[in-house]
Ligand binder design. Structure first.
Ligand SMILES: [Zn+2]
Length: 494
């Protein structure tokens, strides 16, 4: 029995779209991608094809499909295929036409889109989803989270991802389920210029039907991603001389947002990946601390999403200001080390400095683990395994620290920390809220079943050494046998 897993960075509707739609992550050639698109069109003629998960580094041709190819495979209809990191995509001619992409920054005649052009096409494909369809997509994603042992997830809503109604409906769906679906902690990535501005945004969201907002945080973008070469770097990309990505927010904008949120009693936060973006965001936090004081910054528990290219000086600042590092260990499994995507884009020397979990943990930085689903799936045990087997061995952390980062240790990370309103935060304890998960680690059944615990005794932490060994040895992860949220069953195997 363990505390429930908390996934600190999720896009629920996008996850539902992937679960219900076209998953390209297993495709290994442009031809395979085009076959999948053609099959989707044949299955539902006339409907737009929304696919996700291609990675040109894994495709035999070394490039994504072109607009012309999508026009042929998609029978001239609308096709949108996001790259695995969701920071760029390829689109068909019909969709480019309807979204008026030509001439926008980030538009390429090949059909590849990033930045403004990408946001425009997402707007065209996401904002028209019918509320009933959206509800079933959200339900599908939330059930799959519960089946993975996730009891709480942090939704990273933002204007470029989805309309406010998407977040409003998601929070209502989770609240109405009363524990039969995971709890949703809502974030909105909107930039505030002052306290007044922050309060105005919150009031507008409340007006739109959102009862509570944890913060103006999440995917408030300081830069893009390394895979799409939009992460902001201080030096050139190794595989694209002259390119250093894009910085979307400067230190002054970060400062004003942090001051505004701190004074309004909200968590502030940013999506920040490249070293130039980390510099910008930390300079902004330092400037905010100079105005409102470091104690107020620490008390606000602001957070940084991804925080991949942070150096030792940056880690010290993050620790000193009490910022929470919301990181995705599965990113390292997919892209880390000296041979995968990070090394292709940055060269091995810079690649091995990314995602320094052990350095951060040693510096006392609060780590919060997440999946960024649909970028990586709901698979908390694989997240733990990724942290134990970091592709840069010096950055491996122990199972206790990793579990802490992925469970009750950081229920305090999500806004007030107690989504139930009972005033209870934290992991498993006697007389605590009945939110927990049960796991089958051995198909033959538990070997050392103990009698009823003495309720007067404080609960002992479980012995995790066997589990740690199994995970590092590459054995299958434990099977979820039960997910319980405040006494209600959210998942049990059928
Ligand atoms: Zn995200």
């Amino acid at each position: 029995m363990l505390p429930g897993f908390v996934d600190a960075h999720v896009h629920v509707t996008e996850t539902g779209l992937l679960l219900a739609g076209l998953d390209l992550s297993a495709a290994r050639s442009v031809v395979e991608v085009l076959d999948l698109v053609a099959a989707a069109v044949a299955a539902r003629p006339g409907r737009p094809v929304l696919g996700h998960g291609w990675d040109e580094l894994l495709l035999a041709e070394g490039r994504p499909p072109s607009a012309a190819e999508l026009d042929r495979a998609g029978a001239g209809g609308e096709v949108y295929l996001s790259r695995v990191d969701v920071h760029s995509a390829v689109v068909s001619g019909a969709l480019a036409e309807r979204s008026r992409l030509r001439g926008l920054p980030g538009w390429d005649a090949s059909g590849r889109v990033e930045r403004d052009a990408h946001h425009a096409v997402r707007h065209a494909t996401r904002f028209g989803i019918d509320p009933a369809d959206r509800r079933s997509l959200q339900l599908l994603a939330l059930r799959s989270a519960a089946a993975a042992g996730i009891t709480e997830l942090h939704e990273m809503s933002a204007p470029h991802v989805a309309p406010v109604a998407d977040l409003v409906d998601l929070v209502a769906l989770s609240a109405a389920a009363q524990g039969t679906l995971p709890d949703v902690v809502p974030y909105r990535g909107e930039l505030a210029g002052s306290e007044q501005d922050a309060r105005r945004i919150v009031a507008e969201l409340a007006e739109a039907g959102l009862p509570r907002l944890a913060g103006l945080a999440g995917d408030l973008m300081v830069d893009g991603s390394i895979g799409s070469r939009t992460a902001a770097l201080n030096d050139d990309y190794a595989d694209a001389p002259g390119q250093r990505g894009h910085l979307y927010l400067d230190a002054e904008q970060v400062r004003d947002h942090v001051i505004g949120c701190t004074l309004a009693g909200l968590q502030a936060g940013f999506h920040v990946i490249g070293d130039a973006a980390v510099d910008s965001v930390l300079a902004g936090f330092e400037a905010a601390a100079a105005v409102v004081g470091p104690a107020a910054i620490r008390a606000a528990r602001h957070r940084l999403e991804h925080l991949e290219a942070v150096d030792i000086a940056g880690v010290a600042t993050v620790s000193r200001l009490g910022l929470i590092a919301s990181v995705q260990p599965a990113f390292d499994t997919a892209w880390g080390g000296t041979e995968r995507m990070y090394a292709v884009r940055l060269g091995p020397r810079r690649a091995v400095r990314l995602n320094p979990f052990a350095t951060m943990a040693a510096a006392g930085v609060r780590l919060a683990f997440g999946s960024d689903s649909p970028v990586t799936p709901f698979a908390p045990w694989e997240g733990l395994r990724a942290a134990l087997l970091h592709r840069t061995p010096q950055q491996r952390i122990g199972l206790e620290t990793a579990l802490w980062a992925h469970t009750g240790g950081f229920t305090e990370v999500g806004g007030p920390g107690d989504v139930s309103g009972s005033g209870e935060v934290g992991g498993l304890r006697v007389a605590g809220p009945a939110t927990f998960t049960c796991w089958r680690t051995d198909p033959a059944g538990p070997a050392d079943l103990k009698g009823p615990a003495d309720l007067a005794e404080p609960m002992k932490p479980p012995d995790l050494s066997g589990l740690a060994e199994a995970l590092t040895a590459g054995e299958p992860v434990p099977e979820c046998a039960l997910t319980v949220i405040r006494g209600r069953i959210a998942f049990e195997p059928s």
